[in-house]
Design a binder for this molecule. Structure first.
Ligand SMILES: [Zn+2]
Ligand SMILES: [Zn+2]
Length: 184
């Protein structure tokens, strides 16, 4: 599992992150502070407060950054299960807290290996969709789930390693742990 998960993406300038609306049916009466937990397929635990007066069966819609894979079922969590900003010991981010970082433009050299980009070099210029770095093909062989995109995206070797993906690894899922159901 990624240890210092930053809930962020680098989006091409002039475009926007894509968002998905998830439907959720409230399973039982909720109190103030009860929430719904959304384990984002990219490996982030998200949380959204439930309306405190929601009735059983009330449908709510939660807006979350899109993903290249299906979302697992949403799970209700009681207020007391949220400790600081963690649930089950895992950092939980607001469902809308996606941080869009700058997509660095027009670097002359790869920010990782310092290879020069250009017509007469085999090294093509790419951008990491997670941190925004300007990198060459050699330094960005991995595609992975990035929040805000509906297809797997190119990331630099640094971001791939932080997500536990090797250079040649296909993008494997990053489970974020067990849910705490709303019971008792
Ligand atoms: Zn490079
Ligand atoms: Zn990166």
């Amino acid at each position: 599992m990624a240890t210092s998960a930053e809930f962020q993406a680098a989006i091409k300038p002039g475009t926007k992150a894509e968002w998905t609306q998830l439907e959720y049916t409230v399973p039982e009466l909720v109190r103030s502070g009860d929430s719904v937990q959304i384990d984002h397929p990219c490996g982030y635990r998200l949380v959204s407060a439930l309306p405190h007066d929601a009735a059983v069966g009330t449908k709510i819609y939660v807006s979350v950054p899109a993903a290249s894979r299906p979302f697992p079922p949403l799970v209700a969590v009681k207020a007391e299960a949220i400790v600081g900003s963690t649930i089950g010991g895992i950092p939980a981010y607001s469902s809308t807290a996606l941080k869009v970082v700058e997509w660095k433009a027009d670097a002359e050299k790869c920010q990782l290996c310092s290879s020069t980009f250009g017509l007469f070099h085999l090294r093509k210029h790419h951008h990491c969709r997670e941190c925004g770095a300007s990198v060459c093909s050699n330094c960005s062989p991995t595609f992975k789930c990035v929040p805000g995109y509906t297809a797997e995206q190119r990331v630099c070797s640094g971001c791939a390693a932080a997500a536990g993906l090797g250079a040649e690894a296909s993008s494997s899922a990053t489970p974020v742990g067990s849910a705490t159901p709303l019971t008792a």
